[in-house]
Design a protein around this ligand. Sequence first.
Ligand SMILES: NC(=O)C1=CN([C@@H]2O[C@H](COP(=O)(O)OP(=O)(O)OC[C@H]3O[C@@H](n4cnc5c(N)ncnc54)[C@H](O)[C@@H]3O)[C@@H](O)[C@H]2O)C=CC1
Ligand SMILES: O=C(O)C1=N[C@H](C(=O)O)C[C@H](O)C1
Length: 267
Amino acid sequence: MSKKIRVLVNGARGRMGKEVVRAVLSDPALQLVGTVDPAGTEEDAAVIAGLPPCGILLTGDLATTLEATKPEVMVDFTVPQSVMENIHIALQHKVSPVVGTTGLSEKDLQEIKEWTARYETSCLIAPNFAIGALLMMRFACEASRFFPHVEIMEYHHDQKLDAPSGTAIKTAEAIQEERQKIKQGHPDEEEIIVGSRGGEYEGMRIHSIRLPGLVAHQEVLFGGLGQTLTIRHDSITRESFMPGVLAAVHRIRKTEGLVYGLDKLIF
Ligand SMILES: NC(=O)C1=CN([C@@H]2O[C@H](COP(=O)(O)OP(=O)(O)OC[C@H]3O[C@@H](n4cnc5c(N)ncnc54)[C@H](O)[C@@H]3O)[C@@H](O)[C@H]2O)C=CC1
Ligand SMILES: O=C(O)C1=N[C@H](C(=O)O)C[C@H](O)C1
């Protein structure tokens, strides 16, 4: 059997981190070597994830843990405030980040690209790891060639820190490359309550809904003459992201530079 890929999970105490710990432990080709989360150190990562102990304890400092455990890949589901520093530290240690954390700007992506070149280490930034979400984005791009009037509605749990979601931003960016440029809505429309028409990206409106009970959902709604078309994806549980995360962990070391979007790695 070929050598196992050594994996560190950053944010291992979070909703996604626990799911990733379970997924990595269930994949015989991967070896969980480290778990980091300042919210709860010295606890067994598998126990936190609801499994029998695996002997890997949570630690609080990424750089020290990278040096001690020597992973090849760091999976990061943390918070927008720390993700840039996490990526920089991992790349400095020649560890490939597989990043699901959202809230990164275009400027951030440019900086990460420069780091990947400087440290000669690949990095994946994937706003959404669910295969269905990738297809939703792809189908939305296709539809926007025929229906340039489009609004994006994203629905998430109310603990989410960033708005709009990384997926909505990626969808709008991808649609923008395909669709005819137009100004949507009535030229004289007025917002009586500020924000009613949502955020604007290149003439497209993005609406962010936050409610308990939701996980991660998105509708791309197109309007044309006498018809509408809705393309919708629902992540009902966070397991939906795991096949994509595992595929990325398996492939990231075989690629170079910055990869933005899981579609670039698997389609
Ligand atoms: N790309 C994708 O497919 C998906 C992306 N996400 C994104 O992943 C991120 C995490 O989401 P959740 O797990 O729901 O959040 P969460 O709040 O449940 O977990 C975040 C964890 O990161 C930890 N953390 C905070 N600062 C840290 C640091 N400096 N180093 C290490 N750990 C740190 C927190 O203590 C917490 O345990 C969010 O940005 C979210 O938008 C979530 C689901 C899917
Ligand atoms: O915070 C979440 O939960 C999610 N975040 C990602 C995003 O911002 O698009 C991916 C998914 O929608 C879940």
